[in-house]
Design a protein around this ligand. Structure first.
Ligand code: SF4
Ligand code: SF4
Length: 110
């Protein structure tokens, strides 16, 4: 997994909450687009200025179309934003994330 140092100790409980409402709206980085090469099933949701995921009218889609049974179906290839979500302790608290951020970041290497 592509984890930032800050999120190395984070343990997701897979509730799917962050993939449902506005929090997951994101702008993809160049590396994300390159990783999606050949994946038309994903690229069709990439809109103007790398907004993701959007429909044909550039409207954000919620919940995320890749969320099935509260699981990400593109887990291994998903964006760096998603791979590092929830990004910070502030966001964890702000969205009511139930995941656990181990204070000793060496406990759980991603
Ligand atoms: S791509 Fe996966 S992790 Fe990212 S918002 Fe969609 S379902 Fe959630
Ligand atoms: S809200 Fe937190 S615990 Fe739930 S899926 Fe998202 S990151 Fe994982």
């Amino acid at each position: 997994m592509r984890k930032t140092e800050a999120m190395r100790g984070f343990e997701c409980v897979g509730c799917g909450r962050c993939c449902q409402p506005k929090w997951y709206f994101q702008r993809l980085q160049k590396a994300d687009i390159e990783r999606f090469a050949g994946r038309e099933d994903i690229l069709k949701y990439v809109g103007d200025r790398r907004k993701f995921p959007v429909d044909e009218n550039q409207k954000y889609i919620t919940p995320c179309p890749f969320l099935k049974d509260n699981r990400c179906t593109i887990h291994d290839i998903k964006s760096d934003f998603c791979a590092n979500f929830p990004i910070s302790e502030g966001v964890i608290q702000g969205i009511g994330c139930k995941g656990i951020l181990h204070k000793d970041k060496k406990i759980k290497k991603a």
